[in-house]
Design a protein around this ligand. Structure first.
Ligand SMILES: C[S@@+](CC[C@H](N)C(=O)[O-])C[C@H]1O[C@@H](n2cnc3c(N)ncnc32)[C@H](O)[C@@H]1O
Length: 432
């Protein structure tokens, strides 16, 4: 496709890549560069919105087609999904959606499908949205995920899927080394940005409406970072103190590494590890902007004989790779990317990382196990399995106003106009 291909044709290509297994954070940035600056927010909104409502829109589209398109024309299926997203969920004028979609189909070298596209969208416009045929379509989530949520959270699953289908608020973490939260709230007010303090995280600010980061006062100078409130809570459970040697074992892109350094600038050392060579540089970028310092290592944290220098850590944050089922509203592509069969292998990795990190925790030290998942299989059940095999591990009860007490640890569920879904458990190793 040409560099100036229509916006919606590029959106269709991005969605096809997601269907083929790429995340939006992988395939969207290069596609944004193909558009002039003023069109980039629209591309982002089309891709995120269509992923968010994919299961509902796809159900409708399949119902409107006599047979699926051939695989080499599959991108046109996504082109129609984008148009359906606009018809059902945007204020865009219908004639513009129809005309531009047919034009885009032609520009994508698919002139033989313009009649079909036109017919499908005209009937969609004339007939309106059909009644949902099943829960996957009604709640716009994969069926297995709804079943799992219903099973795990019989009283909350509908609130969870509703929260997943809303746009998350933009939340900031004020760099306590630069400004107090009240001072920064005043700077926002002066800049005409409506905001309020977060309920639970001590340095958090939630904006009434998202703004580009360049619009935030002193952003480039490190006054503030974008981070969800639930993620910010890591510093409140780590019990940080000057002189500690701290490990952030799964660190990229470094949001929590930076939060730790801001709340404990007199740490003896902060080591940040990530196994991903692509993601680790983002930790350094964040540290540089905030003028903070940590020792970075690219390694499999669990392979301790390959990277550990033999000095135990007083604090370990283990923010494991997980299903990310608590952050779907920020990453709606998870609905398309995640499979039910991912959960058991992830749980194995999580338990393996926990066992390895325990070996390098100082006696008297504290380990915080964290996920952005709402599946107990990755959360309190991992901690319970670990405690069964590691009988000296002391599970601490975390008293907090946020989240709810689980048989092990605390679970936050995603809240409309509030924090993401997250899990924390605190384990301590007895003194020798
Ligand atoms: C949930 S993300 C971490 C987010 C990060 N803590 C933050 O707040 O910005 C999980 C990270 O773990 C990394 N990871 C996965 N397996 C790992 C392993 N065995 N050792 C080290 N890092 C790993 C992934 O590359 C990913 O960056």
């Amino acid at each position: 496709m040409q560099p100036h291909a229509p916006l919606r044709a590029i959106a269709a290509e991005v969605l096809l890549s997601v269907e083929q297994g790429q995340s939006l954070s992988q395939c969207l940035p290069p596609s944004l560069l193909r558009l002039p600056l003023n069109l980039r927010p629209q591309l982002q909104a089309l891709c995120y919105g269509t992923c968010r409502w994919f299961h509902r829109l796809d159900d409708e589209l399949q119902g409107r087609m006599k047979k699926p398109l051939k695989s080499h024309d599959r991108v046109v299926h996504h082109l129609m999904l984008v148009a359906l997203f606009q018809l059902r969920f945007s204020q865009q004028a219908t004639y513009a959606v129809l005309n531009e979609t047919v034009e885009a189909c032609r520009a994508m070298d698919k002139p033989h499908l313009t009649g079909l596209v036109n017919g499908v969208l005209r009937s969609a416009e004339r007939e309106g949205a059909p009644a949902a045929a099943n829960d996957a379509s009604r709640y716009s989530h994969p069926g297995w995920m709804i079943e799992k949520l219903r099973h795990n959270w019989p009283d909350d699953w509908q609130a969870i899927v509703d929260a997943n289908n809303t746009q998350a608020p933009m939340t900031l973490r004020v760099n306590a080394l630069r400004f107090s939260r009240d001072e920064y709230l005043q700077l926002l007010l002066d800049a005409g940005i409506d905001a309020r303090a977060t309920r639970f995280a001590p340095h958090g600010i939630q904006l009434a409406r998202p703004v580009p980061v360049d619009a935030l006062p002193w952003f480039a100078e490190g006054a503030v970072s974008v981070q969800d409130e639930a993620a910010q809570l890591c510093t409140t459970v780590l019990d940080l103190a000057p002189g500690q040697r701290i490990l952030d074992a799964c660190a990229a892109p470094g949001g929590k590494t930076c939060a730790i350094l801001e709340s404990c600038p007199q740490a003896a050392e902060v080591v940040a590890i990530d196994e991903s060579a692509q993601r680790l540089p983002r930790v350094q970028e964040n540290l540089d902007r905030l003028d903070l310092h940590a020792s970075l290592l690219q390694a499999d944290a669990a392979a301790i004989d390959q990277w550990w220098d033999g000095q135990p850590f007083d604090r370990i944050l283990l923010d494991v790779p997980c299903s990310a089922s608590g952050v779907i509203r920020r990453h709606p592509d998870i609905k398309l990317l995640r499979r039910e069969s991912d959960v058991v292998p992830l749980a194995q990795i999580q338990l393996g990382l926990l066992a390895a990190m325990w070996r390098i925790l100082q006696p008297g030290g504290r380990l915080v196990y964290a996920t952005c998942s709402v599946f107990p299989q990755e959360n309190h059940r991992i901690v319970q399995r670990f405690c069964k095999q590691q009988t000296d591990a002391e599970l601490m009860t975390t008293e907090a106003l946020w989240g709810r007490t689980m048989p092990a640890g605390r679970q936050l569920l995603p809240l409309n106009d509030g924090h993401d879904g997250f899990f924390y458990a605190v384990l301590e190793k007895p003194e020798l």
